[in-house]
Design a protein around this ligand. Structure first.
Ligand SMILES: *Cc1c(COP(=O)(O)O)cnc(C)c1O
Length: 380
């Protein structure tokens, strides 16, 4: 059979590092008509383009680059607007890896950072220098699930001529699309809900305007941040069920949050879906009525209590990542927020008793039964 007579329904995995050209005319066409052919997979591959385009559509952008990890996505996003001598603002409630990138690596390259406490995000003036280029924040923060008012923060950034870069990993575009509120770039750790099965490491950055999309593509190619065909293919496959998965994650997490909220061994629950959450109203409006699959809760500040819970739970294995279809738990103090100073941890309330759950899509009765027995400290 002729290759051109094969019509797969699903895009095949183009597991190739390079593409062939018939002659000089063909290679000239590659340069004259951008997007007409592929040449070298670091610069573009059908699978990574399929992923980038699918996420760009979801987020309402004009273009995107798929990256080798969420960290590579953050790096690419920051480099889109910054060079040596520039200054960035970052929400104090931020992924530990983002803080590490800014504090230890970008600072060496001459890009400095100031952290803005959650309550001061809507009045940036005291933090702005004349070299400040952008603000980086998350739609919903880790581990306390604080929700940022994107419309308000985009207005504040516009007023001061700053770009707004939003890490939308916890929310997904199923809940919230930051570009529609005025963000300039939105990024994801695709590793989490977009791929969704805890079997891929990947990232993506989506741009609202074409000029930024072109910068992203250049940065991805030249720094070698782009994603492999196989990981792209797996991510595309995951993305097809994202809408259903996020609905199921959200429904389950809401019931788990209510259960924990009433449990005598639990001192506090952090979930935007609870009416007692400080940004519940905002989360309701900005999330289209759903609140995602992530929550944290507080046990007594005693490692023995946390260990007892972790050892007894069967359905929430301690695995420091999130957003897979199977539930898991993590511990901010011992993993993601280890690098924070004591003062930062005290300010955020990250103590030994704080446990974070990634609620999966299993039958919720099984999750609730597991939590009930894992938290029954009286029967030890
Ligand atoms: C996991 C995560 C990242 C980093 O993504 P990787 O794929 O691990 O590189 C960035 N931001 C948030 C909010 C995350 O949860």
């Amino acid at each position: 059979m002729n290759q051109s007579d094969i019509h797969p329904k699903i895009t095949p995995i183009y597991q190739t590092s390079v593409f062939k050209f018939e002659d000089l005319d063909a290679v000239q066409q590659y340069f004259d008509e951008p997007g007409s052919r592929y040449m070298y997979s670091r610069q573009g591959n059908p699978n990574s383009d399929e992923l980038a385009n699918a996420v760009s559509r979801w987020e309402g952008g004009v273009g995107a680059v798929a990256t080798g990890s969420g960290m590579a996505a953050i790096f690419a996003a920051l480099l889109t607007y910054c060079q040596a001598g520039d200054h960035v603002l970052c929400s104090a409630d931020i992924y530990g890896g983002s803080a590490a990138l800014l504090n230890t690596e970008l600072s060496r390259l001459g890009i400095t950072v100031s952290y803005v406490p959650f309550d001061e995000l809507y009045d940036l003036k005291p933090y702005i220098q004349n070299t400040t280029k952008l603000l980086l924040c998350e739609t919903m923060s880790n581990p306390l699930l604080r929700v940022v008012d994107l419309r308000r923060i985009a207005g504040e950034c516009q007023q001061h001529g700053l770009k707004l870069v939003v890490d939308n990993t916890f929310s997904t575009p199923v809940l919230t699309r930051p570009l529609a509120y005025g963000a300039d770039l939105v990024l994801h750790s695709v590793t989490k809900y977009l791929a969704g099965h805890s079997d891929v490491t990947a990232g993506v950055v989506v741009a609202r305007v074409a000029e930024d999309a072109a910068r992203l593509s250049q940065i991805g190619t030249v720094f070698g941040l782009t994603l492999s065909p196989m990981e792209s293919w797996l991510s595309v496959r995951g993305l097809k069920t994202m809408r259903l998965r996020v609905a199921a994650h959200s429904d389950n997490a809401w019931l788990v949050a209510e259960f924990l909220d009433e449990h005598p061994a639990v001192e506090a629950v952090y979930y935007p879906g609870l009416p007692t959450h400080p940004q519940h109203g905002l989360a309701l409006a900005q999330g289209g009525g759903r609140f995602g699959g992530m929550l944290s809760f507080r046990l007594p500040d005693d490692a023995a209590a946390v260990n007892a819970f972790m050892r007894r739970s069967q359905r929430f294995p301690f695995a420091p990542s999130l957003a897979g279809v199977d539930s898991s738990c993590s511990h901010p103090l011992y993993t993601s927020h280890r690098a924070l100073t004591d003062a930062q941890r005290a300010e955020l309330g990250i103590t030994v008793g704080l446990v974070r759950l990634s609620v999966g899509i299993e039958p919720v009765e099984e999750l609730l039964a597991d939590l009930a027995q894992a938290l029954d400290f009286s029967s030890q």
